[in-house]
Design a protein around this ligand. Structure first.
Ligand code: PLP
Length: 287
């Protein structure tokens, strides 16, 4: 089946789609992105991702490329043209094309916009969630503004590759105090040895995960004891449960950390329940 990409106003065959050589996203990673899960052809956590996109753009002083409604239309049209029912839609907005110079172009140029969509095998993902996944840990080498969803992802790329080479699903990054910050493309959680659900607070240089926020709400509704408090690698190894959250993984149970088995080595009850609740809620509210 043919794939389509949206690039700066046109829907193009995926294989022919491209950007200018002086596109600042390409030259400087001067851009931001968002990813929505597609459920039944609709977008999950639509408003949350859109709000984070606008915040990322504002923080970098990149102009909004079009109205929210117009952008929503482009996202859905890209999903529709690619016949994606279950999958992901990716949006990138950059500062645009200009002669190569580190400072912002003056006068401003039009932001660059790229949208792609692809299908995900939900059955395979579900099988993976039933078994749980492994993570490795490595030093967090990123910059001080990880709250901005920037396309500058080199440390994340290297971390994910290290995970893949170690046979793990994800790499958890660890700060200079030995505390886990987050995964390369996911937020990190545990149910600690005392039974408290824990994840790092969003003030401390991590991405403000939209799935994280939704799961936090569900945990409150479930009456779970929840703390926004960072945890160490040792605490994760000794935890009752661990899991990660992201639009690309929903709630994915973690059953090993650096090869050490977490809990009884199977997805725990809290992670499994939160996954079910998240999926039901996100699917019902997708637009
Ligand atoms: N942390 C990082 C570094 C990410 O890149 C992502 C998603 O791409 C997440 C966390 C999860 O965020 P969300 O739940 O909004 O997908």
């Amino acid at each position: 089946m043919s794939r389509w990409a949206y690039v700066n106003g046109a829907y193009l065959p995926h294989g022919d789609a491209g950007v200018h050589v002086e596109e600042r996203g390409f030259q400087f990673a001067d851009g931001v992105y968002e990813v929505w899960a597609v459920m039944d052809g609709r977008l999950a956590d639509y408003d949350g991702h859109m709000a984070r996109l606008e915040r990322s753009l504002d923080e970098l002083r990149i102009a909004r490329p079009m109205s929210r409604d117009a952008l929503g239309f482009v996202l859905r049209e890209t999903v529709r043209r690619n016949r994606v029912r279950e999958g992901l839609v990716y949006l990138q907005v950059t500062r645009g094309v200009a002669r190569r110079d580190h400072a912002f172009p003056s006068p401003e140029v039009r932001p660059g916009v790229v949208v792609t969509a692809r299908s995900v095998n939900r059955a395979a993902q579900e099988t993976q969630a039933e078994k749980g996944v492994g993570v490795i840990t490595l030093p967090d080498q990123r910059w001080g503004r990880c709250d901005i969803k920037s396309v500058g992802l080199l440390p994340n790329v290297l971390g994910k590759q290290a995970a893949r080479e170690a046979g793990a699903y994800e790499a958890w990054m660890v700060d200079e105090l030995g505390l886990v910050t987050e995964g390369t493309s996911t937020n990190a959680w545990i149910v600690d040895a005392e039974g408290r659900l824990r994840t790092r607070d969003v003030q401390s240089n991590i991405l403000r995960g939209i799935t994280r926020a939704a799961v936090t709400k569900l945990a409150a509704e479930e009456g779970l004891t929840f703390e926004e408090k960072a945890f160490s690698v040792d605490e994760a190894k000794q935890a009752r449960e661990a899991f990660i959250t992201a639009a690309s993984a929903f709630v994915m149970p973690v059953v090993s950390v650096d090869g050490a088995v977490v809990g009884d080595g199977k997805p725990g009850p809290v992670a499994s329940r939160l996954r079910r609740l998240y999926l039901d809620r996100a699917r019902a509210e997708a637009v």
